[in-house]
Design a protein around this ligand. Structure first.
Ligand SMILES: [Fe+2]
Length: 192
């Protein structure tokens, strides 16, 4: 009889697997947001093995799903040089964002006035963040835009609960529209 072979755990995989275990143990992440903040602030992962699982887009950004359950979804985003997200909200869910490589400019906005799909947005703050510097959007300050400012950039995104669509804002027309969110790749093995 052969001994059962234990799952392969590499130094590159272990931090994501441990993070997933910790997040599952917390239950409703939105009610434990301060604990999630503390868990993700400064979070780092070895990049060498992770990058091999991720698409490297020539334009825009690619969304790779690591884990999805009813309570949350965890993704890695790889960003092409010159890419940027539109101004967007997070469908009334919480969003935790941690750069893992490169640097990002984050622009936060307040909604001043909103009616019939149009809105006035006021810039709140702009900050530049690098590896391990956490950003957390919640329902009270939901709107931002994310722009990598280095040629290569990689970020971790935690959404609680999962987001299948969000609103994006057209600055010229001052109008919201809905965008469905999909995945460009799947890498559950990184969380095992
Ligand atoms: Fe976002």
């Amino acid at each position: 009889m052969h001994a059962r072979v234990a799952p392969l755990v590499t130094p590159a995989r272990a931090p994501i697997a441990q993070l997933l275990r910790d997040l599952r143990a917390l239950g409703d992440l939105r009610r434990r947001a301060a604990i999630v903040d503390a868990r993700l602030d400064g979070w780092r992962a070895p990049l060498e093995r992770i990058l091999g699982y991720l698409p490297l887009p020539r334009v825009g950004y690619a969304r790779t799903l690591l884990h999805r359950c009813d309570g949350f979804e965890l993704l890695l985003l790889t960003w092409a040089a010159g890419s940027a997200s539109p101004i967007h909200d997070h469908a009334a869910q919480d969003c935790w964002f941690v750069p893992l490589a490169g640097r990002f400019e984050l622009d936060d906005y307040a909604i001043l006035d909103e009616r019939d799909g149009t809105a006035e947005l006021q810039p709140l703050r702009r900050r530049c963040v690098g590896a391990g510097e956490l950003d957390h959007r919640d329902v009270h300050e939901a709107v931002h835009a994310v722009t990598p400012v280095t040629p290569h950039a990689l970020s971790l995104h935690l959404y609680a609960r999962p987001i299948d669509a969000c609103r994006i804002f057209d600055r010229r027309r001052r109008r919201w529209s809905w965008r469905r969110l999909g995945y460009d790749a799947f890498a559950p093995q990184l969380g095992e």
